[in-house]
Each structure stands twice: as structure tokens, then as C-alpha cells.
Design a binder for this molecule. Structure first.
Ligand code: MRU
Length: 355
């Protein structure tokens, strides 16, 4: 199976597929300007926790590659400025901040060791590319680990989009589904449409159809019904930030699926690389992004504004919700599956001191 890379650094440019136009059109964009890339993250041209982490790292690479001077101090300042701009794009997914920190740490190490702007530039580019490749490798590993949880004949419900389009390539929860399919298990998928932006209807369906994996689309309001009818064997979905307590933030609607899965005895798994586990943030510090009200008022159709309601209605538009650990059967990572109690198993996976 060929792996689609939704965002890539090619020479001195970053190239990405604008996911707002899928499934209508496959539009590839490119830039040499990290500010344009930051806008692409903010506007959901590039979205999904691991994908925005990779994009942010590439943003720093652009800042390094296009810094006009030869002095180290100026380059480091330019990198700090780019980090600031990129970190203001989306607040909930930890991968973005994790990737920015990781690249900056590398830049500082090389700056201290060599004092050379040229070496720092090269190190930033290499670190960003490493983050991209590692994400693909982790997805393939998670896919293999998670596929063991899927049986021949299973119907798996998934939410939002966790595939190639949400990562550096292959996918997290969709990677698990892909992997089970590649192993020859005859499975099928129920995808929720995932209002307001319809990542499920637009992106997940598009990806699964490309791979020939059987998929049926439901509206978000049908989850309770399909579970009560016994049509769902397991739930697999992604995460934007996992806390050590096992609480995790993911696309709005995840929490209600978790509650329904518990009620109906359906195993509920989240799949994410360890770069999505945030050992520093506590539940009360977690920031849930509030997005533009027109996402709820309108169809997610990028060509024209089509209101599905009275245009001036007040709206709530939290982009994510939080699922508590007691609703989660297991957390699949590239280092293995964490089971409750998560404050013990996640610490072990991250090799943190217990306590
Ligand atoms: O707002 P989005 O589309 O960036 O939200 C994406 C999700 O919530 C995904 O489920 C999550 O990032 C996991 S992607 C592998």
C-alpha cells in the first residue's frame, strides 16, 4: 500500500494537500514562508495532531532555510520568532508544541557545540525530516500492535480522520484498521461524519475508498442506534493530547461515543504515538480550542458559504472534548498498549519515574 504524505519538505519548499477541498478536489499547495504554513495549520488546510506537529517542524525548517543572514544570533532569533508564530496556530494537540520544542532543542545544542549558523540550519532541517519519518514508522508499528485487537469479521466504528491525512502518513486509528485489512481480515468500518467540519465524511471515507476497505457513513446522531442494534464490535479513534491520568482530548463527539460504547459494552480504544502523551499538563490546564461559529452555521463546503441555520444564531464551537479514563478500554501506542490504571501504564510506556 502506497503511503500518502500529506505534508512534505521538498528542497526549500513545504508542499501539502489542502484537506479542506477533499473529496471534491486534490489541491496541492507549496510555500517557502513559514507564516503561510502557520496559516495553513490554523485554517485546517493541514490538520490532525501528528500532521500539524510535522508541519510545525517544517515551518522551523523554512525559517532556517530562508533566513537571509549568515550570523548565528540572527538565525536563532528568526527561529524563536517562527516558533512563536507557529505555536499560536492551534492550542489543543500537543504534537505541535512537542515538535517545536524538539527542533529548537536540537538547534540550541548544535549552536552551542559548533557556533555555526550553517550547521544549525542543516540540523533543523534534518530534525524536522526525522520527526516526519519517525511518525510514519510509529504509525506502522501502532498499526501492527493495534491490528491484534481486531478480529476477522469485525465492524469498527471510527470518528474524525486519523489516517494519512492526519499524520505524516499511514495513520493512527486508521493505521490500525489499514493494518488489519492488509493482514487479510475481512473487516468493515462505520465512519461518523464528524460535524462541524466533516473530517469523517470527507476525509476518512475518501481514504478508505482509495484503499478499498468497506465503509459505511453515518451521521453523528446515529452512533447510539448502531450500537444498540449490535452493529459495532469495536471503536478505534485518535487523540490530540493524552494526559498521564488517561484523560484524552480528541475531536468533538469522542466523549459521547465513549459513553455510548461503555453503555453497550463495546471496547473503546484510542490510538496515538507517545508524542501525543503530555506528561506536563493536568486536566485543569488543558486548553480546548474554540473555533469560528460559521463552522457550525455552515456546510463545510469550501467553494461557497451555505448556511444550514439562521446566519446570526449564537453558536458554541469547541473543536475537542475530553474523554475520562474510565471509559477507555486501552491506549494503543508504538511502544505497546496501555491498560488501566493509566497513571501507572502510561508512565511505564514513557519510562517516567513512578509516583
Ligand atoms: O481539528 P482536527 O481535524 O485537527 O482534529 C483532529 C482530531 O481530532 C483527530 O482525531 C486527532 O488529531 C488524531 S489524528 C491522528
Amino acid at each position: 500500500m502506497e503511503i500518502l504524505k500529506p505534508v512534505d519538505l521538498i528542497g526549500s519548499k513545504v508542499k501539502w494537500i489542502d484537506t479542506r477541498f477533499i473529496p471534491w478536489e486534490e489541491i496541492w499547495r507549496e510555500t517557502e514562508d513559514y507564516r503561510r504554513l502557520a496559516k495553513a495549520i490554523k485554517d485546517l488546510e493541514i490538520r490532525g495532531a501528528p500532521a500539524i506537529g510535522v508541519a510545525a517542524a517544517f515551518g522551523l525548517a523554512l525559517a532556517a532555510l530562508h533566513y537571509p543572514g549568515k550570523d548565528l544570533e540572527g538565525l536563532m532569533r528568526a527561529l524563536e520568532e517562527a516558533k512563536e508564530v507557529l505555536s499560536k496556530t492551534r492550542p489543543t494537540a500537543v504534537n505541535l508544541f512537542w515538535a517545536l520544542e524538539r527542533v529548537m532543542k536540537k538547534a540550541k545544542e548544535v549552536a552551542e557545540k559548533t557556533g555555526s549558523a550553517e550547521e544549525v540550519r542543516e540540523a533543523v532541517v534534518q530534525e524536522a525530516k526525522k520527526i516526519q519519518q519517525e511518525d510514519i514508522d510509529m504509525n506502522i508499528k501502532m498499526g501492527r500492535i493495534g491490528a491484534k485487537l481486531i478480529d476477522h469479521g469485525d465492524t469498527v466504528l471510527t470518528h474524525c480522520n486519523t489516517g494519512s491525512l492526519a499524520t505524516a502518513g499511514y495513520g493512527t486509528a486508521l493505521g490500525v484498521i489499514r493494518s488489519a485489512w492488509e493482514e487479510g481480515k475481512e473487516i468493515s468500518v462505520i465512519a461518523t461524519e464528524t460535524r462541524p467540519v466533516d473530517q469523517g465524511a470527507r476525509l476518512t471515507v475518501w481514504e478508505l475508498k482509495r484503499d478499498g476497505i468497506p465503509v459505511r457513513l453515518i451521521s453523528d446522531t446515529m452512533v447510539g442506534y448502531v450500537m444498540s442494534e449490535g452493529l459495532v464490535d469495536k471503536v478505534f479513534l485518535g487523540a490530540d493530547r493524552i494526559l498521564l491520568s488517561g484523560h484524552f482530548a480528541n475531536k468533538i463527539g469522542t466523549y459521547q461515543i465513549a459513553v455510548l460504547a461503555k453503555h453497550h459494552g463495546v471496547p473503546f480504544y484510542t490510538v496515538a504515538p507517545t508524542s501525543t502523551v503530555d506528561p506536563k499538563t493536568t486536566l485543569d490546564q488543558l486548553v480546548i480550542e474554540e473555533r469560528h461559529p460559521d463552522e457550525v452555521r455552515c456546510c463545510p463546503y469550501p467553494y461557497e458559504k451555505i448556511y444550514v441555520t439562521v446566519p446570526d444564531v449564537d453558536v458554541l464551537n469547541p473543536a475537542f472534548d475530553v474523554t475520562p479514563p474510565e471509559l477507555v478500554t486501552g491506549i494503543v501506542t508504538e511502544r505497546g498498549i496501555a491498560y488501566p490504571p493509566y497513571y501507572v501504564s502510561l508512565r511505564r510506556l514513557l519510562a517516567l519515574d513512578e509516583g
